[in-house]
Design a protein. Structure first.
Length: 717
């Protein structure tokens, strides 16, 4: 077989036996059948030579055997029956106009989807008109056809001159010489199936939560390829996509993240660490940025922020070189080297602020000396505030909720005098149970991060004279087992149900800590460096601590010996032995007690033989602030999904998968649009749960930072 001058010629022993034009497919099928039937060439060999499927050869052979070569050229007689009857066409057009997909309409009508689709494509079935935002313009269609595939991008990224995916050679050379302030995001090319492209759906909510709020005045970076906007966007995207730390970037495709950022590639681990360290050089600027965000969040939800949850969270140090003070970690039931941060969360669990402490002053001292002054400086506490101990009809400036660690009647009295109310569990006050008739079934609100639920509880209330100058409200909750849990509040006007609901909702803060540890790598060390504690800080004297432990062990041993001597069945020989040991231990105990009274329990940190250290707080503040914004963003995105899911609610897992989904990213500069077409999840039901979220995203009309492109989101077809 040879082809020349547009003709295909077939040879047998160098003698031509058949010829036809190259484009004559009917004659090609005739020769296929003839070569098998007459010349006995196998169908497999014919399929390889003609480069067609074996079914094509088999059909040609069957037709040649039945009707010969003439059967290939016979025209079909009669009119072909079509399933697209006028009735089907009318019903199909109506279903499409109501918003049903082509597959769904075909299934309802009971016809093949391909037939229905071809009818739509030919214009037989009327397609609904699309809005200007969702309409595929000629430019978008052209870009979709020219969009790069993942394999194509991978090949190009591997052959760039300055490292993986460094396509912008000129920009990087200028940035290396300090002649470029930062590279602005540029979207010139459409890309298909970008890894983690679904995280772009979080961008409108990240901006609404204040990710870039105040960064121009508070955060500065020297000239370079990556600016503050790109770094903060990247950190937030990494948190939502569950890339647990910068070191995990070694296993990520840098070019794919570059497409999401509008750059050629994302920063590598070393560059990212250097940028964060540079941002952390000025602690006052970081603090001003955090305060700006605190005011923004409080203004967003003033009712929830009027009641603050307070709790401490220990970040355990797992290294070997550092000498950190030990703290009791309740989740581990151990004393471990750690640093402590006291968190302020809004009612429902959304974070607002964290005050880091190298040495734990305990919650009572922390509230009085750190938290209240900070709130007063931010304008959340009136100065002077109303005296709640004298006037039972005024509303407090703010209400603080904490657990029994903050129990202090003296503190409650001081806070009440400056207009600050508290809600907490009553500690160490044994009293008689109240009669069952005093309890009434009450609807109690349970505040969560994304929604407020309710449940019925049995509650009762009485007044309690806590101190000679402070009368408080005691509220008890009757459990199913008959136990009475006591809640105390100095809030004079808050309804009984809301007091109980606020205290029972304190678990939202505990759940916040747990979720952040599991999903956002909350307790990982953000840096390998350590800082020395202020030499003038008062710390526990390790010598006094060791001596106190030794005294307690000796007293415990003495108690055991006295118990054994009280046994009547003991022999005289054994009794003499125990009395000798008892006398010896009592002799050793006296000088230890005397020394314990003299030795100071606290000393300055500079007096220790080995200086105490702590984790750098400024680096942690940047990481934790970005993760707080990411958490708040995820909470905001949960609301429309919860409404769509109904009873079976699993919004968090859905969003986690959604952030890691692939997406087509298609820019349209003529229309000033950046289309993000997410490829979807594992089922139609999961995709449908996100319909309300897409409507809210597109209604926000978000402009990608650093560009003039408006984001438009949809599910990929």
């Amino acid at each position: 077989m040879s082809s020349q001058d547009g003709m295909t010629c077939y040879l047998d022993n160098l003698e031509p036996i058949f010829a036809h034009p190259d484009k004559d497919q009917i004659s090609r099928r005739v020769i296929m059948g003839m070569l098998h039937v007459v010349n006995h060439i196998s169908q497999k060999r014919l399929a390889e030579v003609f480069e067609v499927h074996r079914n094509t050869v088999s059909n040609s052979v069957t037709r040649y055997r039945v009707g010969g070569s003439g059967s290939f050229y016979q025209k079909k007689s009669g009119r072909r029956r079509t399933v697209l009857t006028p009735k089907v066409i009318k019903q199909g057009s109506q279903l499409l106009a109501e918003g049903m997909s082509q597959r769904g309409a075909a299934k309802v009508l009971g016809i093949n989807w391909v037939t229905f689709h071809l009818g739509c494509k030919a214009g037989v079935i009327t397609m609904p008109s699309k809005s200007s935002d969702s309409m595929e313009t000629p430019e978008s269609k052209e870009r979709s056809l020219q969009a790069t595939e993942r394999s194509e991008r991978n090949t190009k990224d591997r052959h760039t001159p300055m490292g993986r995916a460094t396509h912008d050679v000129m920009g990087r050379q200028l940035a290396a010489r300090g002649k470029l302030e930062e590279v602005k995001p540029i979207f010139n090319q459409a890309h298909k199936a970008v890894e983690n492209g679904g995280v772009l759906t979080a961008l409108p909510f990240l901006l609404q939560e204040g990710l870039l709020r105040g960064v121009e005045t508070n955060l500065k970076l020297s000239n370079g390829y990556y600016g503050v906007t790109s770094i903060l966007n990247f950190l937030a995207f990494l948190s939502l996509a569950r890339v647990r730390n910068p070191e995990a970037l070694r296993y990520e495709a840098p070019g794919e993240w570059g497409i999401i950022l509008g750059l050629d590639r994302c920063p590598e681990v070393k560059t990212l660490r250097q940028k964060i360290q540079e941002l952390s050089e000025n602690q006052q600027d970081i603090k001003a940025w955090q305060n700006n965000l605190f005011q923004h969040w409080v203004n967003q939800t003033p009712e929830a922020a009027a009641t603050l949850l307070i709790d401490g969270h220990s970040k355990v140090y797992t290294g070997r070189k550092g000498n950190l003070p030990k703290h009791y970690v309740s989740r581990e039931k151990l004393c471990l080297p750690a640093t402590v941060g006291y968190w302020l969360n809004a009612l429902g669990g959304c974070p607002l602020m964290c005050l880091h402490q190298a040495l734990d002053p305990q919650m009572v001292t922390m509230i009085e000396q750190e938290i209240v002054p900070e709130l007063r400086q931010l304008g959340k506490v009136d100065d002077p505030g109303p005296d709640l101990s004298q006037n039972q009809s005024v509303a407090p400036s703010i209400t603080l909720i904490f657990d029994r660690e903050g129990w202090s009647p003296q503190l409650f009295e001081k806070l009440a005098k400056v207009g600050i109310a508290v809600i907490t569990w009553i500690k160490n006050r044994q009293s008689e149970d109240w009669p069952s008739s005093a309890f009434q079934e009450t609807e109690v609100p349970i505040y969560g991060p994304a929604e407020t639920l309710s449940r019925k509880e049995w509650l009762a209330e009485q007044s309690l004279q806590l101190t000679p100058r402070l009368k408080v409200r005691e509220i008890r909750k009757l459990t199913d087992k008959g136990r009475q849990l006591s809640i105390m509040t100095t809030h004079p006007t808050l309804p009984l149900s809301k007091v109980a609901g606020s205290m029972l909702s304190r678990w939202s803060q505990e759940n916040f800590f747990k979720y952040m540890r599991q999903e956002f790598n909350w307790d990982a060390l953000t840096t390998q460096g350590l800082e020395e504690i202020d030499p003038d800080s008062q710390v526990v004297n390790p010598e006094a601590s060791q001596l106190n432990k030794k005294v307690k062990r000796t007293q415990q041993r003495l108690g055991q010996l006295r118990n054994r001597l009280s046994e009547t069945t003991m022999s005289s020989k054994v009794e003499i032995k125990y009395r000798t040991q008892l006398t010896q231990l009592e002799t050793e105990l006296q000088p230890m007690k005397a020394e314990l009274k003299v030795i100071p329990t606290h000393v300055k940190a500079g007096q220790l033989s080995k200086p105490l250290q702590t984790l750098p707080s400024v680096d942690r503040m940047i990481y934790e602030t970005v993760r707080m914004i990411a958490y708040r963003t995820e909470v905001r995105m949960m609301s429309p999904i919860i409404l769509a899911q109904g009873k079976k609610r699993n919004a968090r897992k859905l969003l986690q998968a959604w952030y890691q989904a692939k997406a087509n990213i298609i820019p349209e500069k003529r229309n000033k649009l950046l289309r993000v077409q997410v490829l979807g999840l594992g089922s139609h039901g999961l995709d449908q749960s996100l319909a309300g979220l897409f409507s809210e995203l597109n209604a926000s009309a978000t402009i990608y930072p650093g560009t003039d492109l408006r984001m438009f989101y949809k599910l990929a077809d």
